[in-house]
Write a protein that binds this ligand. Structure first.
Ligand SMILES: Nc1ncnc2c1ncn2[C@@H]1O[C@H](COP(=O)(O)OP(=O)(O)OP(=O)(O)O)[C@@H](O)[C@H]1O
Length: 471
């Protein structure tokens, strides 16, 4: 950027005819309009493109006072103030509007010896075009940066993790401490409690925050693809392998963090390979004998009891200890006293902004229902309930009528105890049926998710659905 307050200084320089004709030879072929004035504001040199722009024969301009050529010229003023005018909009006498520089050149005593002028953009439209293109490029860049961050960056920080309950404060404290170390972290918590949020925050709060954060859902990738997904493959490693091979998630996360979600679902064979990577800090692509050094911090998460899985032979105990250098337990929503209110307030704002509706209140009765519910699906369930409610609201307040029946008709469960004189078995069965019906309602009939939330196997869920004749 040129500083307008800094004018050009030159040691004593006489614009001899010889010098002027040399400058003319230099600047005449240059396609940028350039003009040189002597200390009396008379034109000493003008190049051809400038003369054409002013629509004057070049020879007629030389020796004229600048205002005889362009009566709007500010050069006399610039010579008076001795201050350069950089990138000024200027309307020439012939109607052209351009962007110009006017620079007075001073000698060592600070007196103007000559003036240098040039037209930066001959046409304002051209300038506007460049500005617009620049704006467009800037907004595209912004978009790509955001997308890149979405793909490989961490979105959340501790500030975005809502919760003031004792258990939540403790979890945040532990994760802040974990972030300061380079150790692997294991996040334990039921589905929808916010484990992923914590993984993002740990990465964002660590020294690795400027490097990638890469997420892998171990349960969502078929076992036979997991290895190439994690470690990549060489060209021709197997039929159907892409030309040029593929870079694995560990390599993508190099220098940063990898978030292995649902680690409990990782097949045993892969667990052995992961253990080797954690021990050696190097990976081997599928179909390659070469090793590649990687520096990655592993943050893993599960809603399963890994030690129990280890007892059953489904999870390697040695891997468990490798992953579990720091454990952070994320509490269920039920255990987070007082958090329903703050979360509800925050989520209403977030969801209504996403949906584009102006809902910002919840009635005391509706809030009471939310407080009384036991939230098997945790914060994710609360978010879904509020999203559904905001979609239904016509004013700006969520009322009980906007909440799902399974939340407002809590007394249904209470009927299980009505009459009292019933066998324990029938009470348990009725409660069990009720829990399944409600969870199916919440998951919109998704049996896999229902089984997960209720912490039972899918086959056991099917047996119970049949037993209780649930539609
Ligand atoms: N403390 C919180 N503050 C704000 N939003 C939260 C909080 N906890 C969870 N959420 C929101 O709840 C949803 C579920 O969170 P997240 O995906 O992190 O849960 P999870 O424990 O990783 O679930 P799963 O085990 O099913 O993968 C997300 O939309 C997240 O934004």
């Amino acid at each position: 950027m040129i500083d307008e307050n800094k004018v050009a200084h030159t040691p004593e320089l006489v614009l001899t005819d010889y010098l002027v004709s040399t400058l003319e030879k230099i600047f005449d072929p240059v396609p940028v309009p350039i003009i040189l004035l002597d200390k009396d504001c008379k034109v000493k040199m003008i190049n051809r493109v400038f003369a054409n722009y002013l629509e004057f024969p070049k020879e007629e301009i030389i020796g004229k006072e600048v205002r005889e050529v362009d009566k709007n010229s500010r050069f006399p003023y610039v010579f008076k103030t001795k201050k350069a005018e950089i990138a000024w909009k200027h309307k020439f006498e012939n109607g052209h509007t351009g962007i110009v520089h006017r620079i007075p050149v001073l000698d060592e005593q600070g007196e103007v010896v000559y003036g240098f002028g040039m037209v930066l953009f001959e046409d304002l439209e051209e300038f506007k075009d460049i500005i617009n293109k620049n704006k467009l490029l800037e907004s595209e860049l912004h978009l790509y940066k955001k997308q890149l961050q979405k793909i490989q960056g961490a979105k959340y920080s501790w500030e975005t993790i809502v919760g003031q309950s004792e258990k939540m404060v403790q979890a945040k404290y532990m994760s802040r401490r974990a972030a300061q170390t380079n150790s692997n972290v294991l996040l334990l918590g039921k589905s929808g409690t916010g484990k992923e949020l914590f993984a993002h925050a740990i990465h964002n709060g660590s020294l690795r925050k400027h490097a990638p954060f890469v997420k892998v859902n171990c349960a969502a990738i078929p076992a036979e693809l997991l290895e190439s997904e994690l470690f990549g493959y060489e060209e021709g490693a197997f039929t159907g392998a892409k030309k040029g091979g593929k870079v694995g998630k560990f390599q993508l996360a190099n220098g940063g963090s990898i978030f292995l979600d649902e680690i409990g679902d990782m097949p045993l064979k892969m667990q052995a390979k992961l253990l080797r990577v954690l021990q050696e800090q190097e990976i081997e692509k599928v179909g390659s004998n070469n090793t590649i050094k990687v520096d990655v911090r592993v943050i893993s998460a599960t809603n399963q009891d890994l030690l129990e899985l280890a007892k059953q032979g489904e999870f390697r105990e040695d891997l468990y200890y490798r992953l579990n250098v720091m454990t952070i337990g994320i509490p269920t929503l039920n255990e987070r006293e007082g958090d329903i209110e703050v979360l509800t307030e925050k989520l209403i704002k977030k969801v209504s902004k996403e949906i584009g509706k102006y809902v910002d209140k919840i009635s005391p009765k509706a809030m009471e229902y939310l407080r009384a519910h036991n939230w098997p699906g945790n914060v994710r369930e609360l978010e879904n309930v509020l999203e559904r409610a905001i979609n239904l609201v016509e004013g700006d307040t969520i009322m009980p009528v906007h909440l799902p029946v399974y939340i407002t008709k809590k007394e249904i469960t209470d009927t299980a105890y009505n009459g009292n004189i019933r066998s324990l078995k029938s009470i348990i069965e009725e409660t069990e049926k009720e829990a399944i019906v409600r969870t199916l309602e919440y998951t919109k009939g998704n049996k896999l998710q229902t089984a997960k939330i209720l912490n039972i196997s899918r086959s056991s869920l099917y047996d119970k659905i049949e037993k209780y004749c649930i539609e």
